[in-house]
Design a protein around this ligand. Structure first.
Ligand SMILES: *Cc1c(COP(=O)(O)O)cnc(C)c1O
Length: 479
């Protein structure tokens, strides 16, 4: 399988070439030259496979530069009951009582990994792939990132103790929730460096950008990232759409029954994986995109106009992991929408966005969105509180505010008889304040996390100073 940039650079690359890379040199994102097709007999052959073996089947369609026996060993070591809590890895939880008799609604549990959010699903695999590939090359990598919560902790739990990898994670000092902070700062692994920056999240991100823009420094100290544009992360997420489909159609094997997925969305990584699964032939009826008040993508899917927001226009909401001003994976979908035309994609994302901060697709292109299965909606803070109560009252299940975004929009898009699977992107324990506001009590914590706030913390506080961060990296990474 060859990989190309969405902006038309004709240089073909292999999976392991792009594994450790971010953007393509022309500013585009990497995509495979085609989506391998999965026919009905293959689908039925995969039904009943353990999650790790299903992951192996799907990944091996896209990865031909890792020997199959190695790839199988890596995915089997990654997707274990010990790490993800259940033998199914992504269990389906019926929400009987919702759906009003129109269609069955359920939650696809993606948040039972170490940091209680779906980012573990991809990041855990990325940690294994990075360690493997760096080992083969006898290289080291210094991962530099900025986080306001979910991404940083998922990255640290995936990379802790991994050979050849150090993590330098910047977070805004005192601005994460005590639980999120405890999750990250309680890690004692020597290769994990928590840096609490005296500033806001944007200051952290600016430092990462400045360090990455210094190409000499970046090369010399082998700086890498684990952000959501990484193709391997997206590929890992394709697997659970298949796993969800098998569970939702368990009573109708061999029928190619169609199901819909509702996806709480921010950077368009999660739902883009659903788009890939659909293009591979998985019988998906609708991909329901749910946003919060930062409705950049909801606006696009309703109007065909994509307008990036300024930071002043970006709201801080109670589903903070979806607070985006632009959606970094969106270019992948638009590339497919415009018929995989790299020049057209570049004219939209490089030229029009660079010049006007917005673009509109043509009416003909817009008309294809329905054929790709996409519909959308958004929620407000009040919607999320109401939905959290509604799900608890009707089903006795607690959902987090991001998942509540998904449930709210999913219920607006039900079709008779088409099962609706809402992706559960975090556990409520992670967002206790909003749960208290919604239901007047604390959400339960998974076993082993009680009292995590009292554990010894390992972090250093720094001024928002690019030079100081560079110095720290050089000092820690020096041989
Ligand atoms: C990251 C995140 C999202 C958004 O996912 P994207 O892939 O960026 O669209 C939604 N919910 C939670 C809890 C997250 O951590």
């Amino acid at each position: 399988m060859k990989y190309f940039s969405t902006r038309g650079d004709p240089t073909p690359l292999r999976f392991c070439d792009i594994l450790l890379e971010g953007l393509a040199p022309d500013g585009g994102l990497y995509l495979p030259e085609r989506y391998p097709q999965v026919d009905a007999p293959t689908l039925e052959r995969w039904r009943g496979l353990p999650y790790a073996d299903l992951a192996f089947e799907i990944l091996s369609l896209y990865i031909d530069d890792i020997p199959p026996e190695d790839l199988r060993r890596l995915v089997r070591a990654t997707y274990t009951e010990a790490v993800f809590g259940t033998p199914q890895i992504t269990p389906l939880v019926p929400l009987a009582g919702l759906g009003g008799g129109v269609a069955p609604v359920s939650l696809l549990g993606l948040s039972n990994g170490p940091t209680l959010a779906f980012k573990d699903m991809a990041m855990q695999l990325l940690g294994a792939l990075f360690e493997y590939e760096l080992g083969r090359r006898a290289q080291a990598l210094n991962i530099l990132g900025a986080t306001s919560g979910d991404t940083g902790s998922a990255a640290e739990y995936a990379m802790r103790g991994k050979r050849g990898i150090r993590v330098f994670m910047l977070s805004p000092h005192g601005r994460m929730s005590p639980f999120q902070q405890a999750q990250m700062f309680s890690l004692q692994d020597a290769n994990i460096h928590n840096i609490a920056v005296e500033g806001v999240f944007d200051d952290c991100q600016d430092i990462v950008k400045a360090v990455s823009a210094d190409l000499d420094f970046k090369r010399r100290w082998r700086i890498g990232t684990v952000n959501s544009i990484n193709w391997a992360r997206l590929l890992a997420q394709v697997v659970y759409y298949f796993a969800g489909w098998f569970q939702a159609t368990a009573d109708r094997p061999g029928q190619q029954a169609r199901v819909s997925f509702a996806v709480p969305s921010g950077n368009f990584g999660n739902i883009c994986a659903g788009h890939v699964a659909r293009r591979m032939g998985l019988p998906i009826e609708r991909l329901v995109l749910a946003t919060n008040e930062n409705a950049v993508l909801d606006e696009f899917f309703r109007t065909g106009r994509y307008r990036v927001r300024t930071s002043a226009e970006t709201h801080e909401t109670s589903s903070p992991s979806m607070d985006i001003s632009k959606a970094s994976n969106f270019e992948r979908f638009v590339f497919d929408l415009v018929g995989r035309d790299g020049a057209r994609t570049a004219s939209l994302f490089r030229d029009a966005l660079g010049r006007d901060g917005e673009f509109s697709v043509t009416p003909a292109e817009f008309a294809r969105i329905g054929a790709e299965g996409f519909v959308s909606g958004h929620s407000t803070h009040a919607d999320r509180l109401r939905t959290i109560r509604q799900v608890r009252d009707a089903c006795g299940v607690l959902v987090d505010p991001h998942t509540a975004d998904g449930v709210k929009v999913a219920l607006e898009q039900l079709q008779p008889g088409v099962p609706m699977l809402v992706l559960e992107t975090a556990l409520p324990a992670k967002f206790a304040d909003t749960l208290v506001e919604a239901i007047g009590g604390q959400p339960p914590r998974p076993a082993g996390l009680d009292g995590i706030e009292a554990l010894p913390k390992r972090f250093r506080v720094m001024k928002p100073d690019v030079q100081a961060v560079k110095q720290l990296i050089a000092q820690e990474a020096a041989p």
